[in-house]
Design a protein around this ligand. Structure first.
Ligand code: SF4
Length: 394
């Protein structure tokens, strides 16, 4: 890795307007200097704690209306069974994904929670994180959407990291007929507030953009600057995901055009140039057959890959088999390595960013450079790699 000169002002103007090949070359230069030839993923099990949600995003296939027989809240027994399956298959992370605050809108969600002994989904979520920590080696990551101060405080001791896609800063998309109409949690100000609050409480945090849902290029650039600004204040953004909108049968946006590969590459490259180099840049490998091209635009991470469960958010897209992904990374000159839900930089500053109750679990799971101690390329082939002397923080 080599040092590289960056000038945020010049780079931002360049990212907004340069031709794609120059943009990608500059993004690669920044990525290579910070992250080298290592590209990471997190082996995780997805647990959809509830598929009810008070929002109605036009692109969502995850959500079920409470009147649907498929609407549910998982019981502790179901959560634990999924967690154990993940643990058996070498997962290190358990991702709780769930709809946002369904109990504020639907009687069925309130009643379902009451049967479990709770009045607020966040409290049930925190209890399920604690259960996972008690009964398994998995580290919980929670993706619960917008969070108030007290919700972050309830979750922080039991969640190694948290996440919420900013998606967009476009308020136009909350208008009638647009992707975020009638979605109180998708008002950009609410999401920006969650980014700020989790920063104030020093939570390792994942966020990102969902591209192609009706936003303009300028709005994407604005969203990247907003993420970078909150990170400059608090240092807590561990990764940014650039995710492409996918058409799915039956959704409100079924006929909306998907972003092109060039659009995706341009956005990834602009993100790498605009964001602080220490923020990991991720794009999901299962949403494009051409995902290996993303490496040429500056990503250093593939995100969560599950050997157990489908991607509940994009269920029609299978995860690439991990060994095949490792081979294609190698073909592109990269080494695929497994990381934890918490990036090495935060492990190196554990007293600031991680609750003391999580330290033992993290010590068990991490090797000296902060990546996963047991590297698993396929089910049943996890191996403990020798500890290296590489500095934990990059
Ligand atoms: S907030 Fe998430 S779960 Fe709820 S409708 Fe939107 S995308 Fe679906």
């Amino acid at each position: 890795m080599t040092a590289i000169d960056t000038d945020p002002g010049t780079d931002a103007a360049f990212a907004a307007s340069a031709p794609l090949p120059s943009l990608m070359a500059r993004a690669r230069e920044i990525r290579d200097a910070q992250w080298g030839d290592t590209v990471t993923y997190s082996r995780k099990v997805f647990v959809p704690l509830t598929n009810m949600c008070r929002d109605t995003c036009g692109y969502c296939t995850f959500v079920k209306h409470p009147s649907s027989p498929e609407a549910n809240i998982l019981t502790p027994e179901q959560v634990l069974a999924m967690a154990k399956r993940g643990e058996e298959k070498g997962c290190k992370e358990l991702l709780f994904s769930l709809g946002e605050k369904p109990e504020l809108r639907y009687d069925a969600a309130r009643e379902g929670l009451a049967r479990l002994g709770y009045s607020r989904m966040t409290d049930y979520l925190a209890e399920m994180c604690a259960l996972v920590l008690r009964e398994t080696t998995l580290l919980p990551h929670v993706n619960a959407g917008t969070l108030a101060d007290d919700e972050i405080e309830v979750l922080r001791p039991v969640a190694a990291s948290m996440g919420m896609m900013l998606e967009t800063v476009s308020r136009r998309l909350t208008r009638k007929g647009a992707a975020h109409h009638a979605c109180p949690d998708k008002v950009p100000l609410q999401r920006l507030r969650t980014l700020e609050r989790t920063g104030e409480r020093q939570v390792p945090f994942t966020t990102g953009l969902l591209i192609g849902i009706g936003e303009t290029w300028e709005e994407r650039i604005e969203a990247l600057h907003a993420i970078n600004a909150v990170h400059a204040r608090h240092g807590h953004i561990q990764e940014v995901i650039v995710q492409n909108f996918q058409r799915k049968p039956g959704i409100a946006m079924e006929h909306h055009p998907e972003p092109t590969l060039d659009d995706m590459l341009r956005t990834i490259a602009a993100a790498r140039i605009i964001l602080a180099p220490e923020i990991s840049l991720q794009a999901p490998p299962n949403l494009s057959a051409r995902h290996i091209d993303y490496l040429q635009a500056g990503i250093n991470d593939w995100g969560g890959i599950s050997p157990v469960t489908i991607d509940f958010i994009n269920p029609q897209h299978e995860w690439p088999e991990i060994r095949a992904l490792a081979a294609s990374c190698e073909g592109a000159g990269f080494r695929l390595q497994e990381r934890l839900t918490v990036y090495p930089r935060f492990l190196a500053e554990r007293d600031t960013y991680l609750d003391a109750g999580l330290h033992d679990s993290l010590d068990t799971m991490a090797r000296k450079d902060g990546l996963a101690r047991a590297q698993c390329l396929e089910v049943g082939s996890c191996s403990s790699t020798p500890q290296t002397s590489t500095a934990a923080a990059r």
